[in-house]
Design a protein around this ligand. Structure first.
Ligand SMILES: Nc1nc2c(c(=O)[nH]1)N[C@@H](CN(C=O)c1ccc(C(=O)N[C@@H](CCC(=O)O)C(=O)O)cc1)CN2
Ligand SMILES: [Mg+2]
Length: 291
């Protein structure tokens, strides 16, 4: 069996086009565009690329992009003051602080400062709590992108066995919460999990988010399973995921490639979250399940 290769790039392009249509309707109804502020601290090369991509995608979707570039040695107080200024700015619907931050800064404290209703990354504990309890909030972009791809491939996920490999606050935990809300039976595996291969072999859905190149080999995959690879690892062989793609694609029913799978969904879902935040803040009805 050779797996269906899930085209995240095409899916993301389609989502971005749909966001753009709704963003135009928002601007007409609210008398202003939805706005996203991105804060970048320092010169990290990958972060600079991502922030530039986010700004471009935001403008292409017909939304306002506000870029705040702060020097590597910015103080914690000055960074927090910038976030507070964005919280108070009525033109800003979404705020995102690009991660990772330089070592001298306390990411948790910075993320706690973001107004939860503008937290388009969905990283604030209030949004984590809303997701865990089924309340409307902001859902982290990468896990939400994975969910959209899974629904597209599988339709109803109810009753399926899912394994999430990785327990980060940014991907693993919210991914598990989203799959639980879809009525999957979810296992969260991590570096201390015993008999990891056995857990993965039982899964209809595997989400790999450990940050280790080619960590999940094809012989761990149940024949026909759907494999979502969140990993982005730069190796001598180029960019690779957390799943050994060459062996896994011979066993899986469907699999995301790296690059071109989950990655593009992250920015598309960020635009989606910004639009959702804008509608909520403006008090204009919008069915966010359409996106
Ligand atoms: N505040 C945040 N910081 C970070 C996030 C985030 O969601 N919020 N995620 C990552 C970086 N990231 C966006 O910020 C991101 C990573 C990767 C991609 C992507 O499209 N990847 C491509 C490959 C790109 C390449 O060649 O390097 C792909 O997988 O096809 C988009 C966004 C960490 N920080
Ligand atoms: Mg188990």
């Amino acid at each position: 069996m050779t797996a269906r290769i899930i085209d995240g790039k095409a899916f993301a392009a389609n989502l971005r086009a749909r966001v753009a249509t709704h963003a135009a309707a928002f601007a007409a109804a609210a008398g202003r565009p939805a706005g996203l502020a991105v804060v970048l601290v320092g010169e990290d090369a990958a972060s600079s690329v991502y922030v530039r991509s986010k700004g471009k995608a935001t403008r292409e979707a017909g939304m306002a992009s506000f870029e705040h570039r702060l020097s590597t040695d910015v103080s914690q107080d000055d960074l927090i003051a910038r976030v507070e200024q964005l919280n108070a700015d009525p033109a800003v619907d979404g705020i995102l602080v690009q991660l990772p931050l330089p070592k001298h800064l306390d990411s948790d404290a910075v993320l706690l400062t973001i107004d939860p209703d503008k937290d388009v990354d969905g990283f604030h504990p209030v949004n984590a709590g809303r997701l865990a309890t089924g309340l409307p909030g902001m859902v982290p972009c990468t896990p939400y992108g994975c969910l959209l791809l899974l629904r597209d491939v599988l339709g109803d996920l109810s009753g399926m066995d899912a394994v999430v490999v990785g327990r980060s606050n940014i991907v693993g935990k919210p991914m598990a919460a989203l799959l639980t809300a879809e009525s999957c039976t979810v296992t969260i595996a991590h570096s201390r999990t015993r008999d990891l291969a056995d857990h993965v072999r039982r899964a209809d859905i595997v989400v790999a988010a450990v940050g280790r190149a080619n960590f999940v080999p094809g012989d761990w995959i149940k024949p026909g399973a759907t494999v979502i690879d969140v990993g982005i690892n730069r190796t001598d062989a180029g960019l690779v995921g957390d799943v050994d793609f060459a062996s896994a694609k011979e066993v899986a029913g469907a699999i995301t490639p790296v690059p071109g799978g989950v990655g593009p969904m992250t920015i598309a879902c960020l635009l989606r979250n910004t639009l959702v935040a804008a509608y909520r803040r403006a008090g204009i009805a919008f069915d966010d399940k359409t996106l």
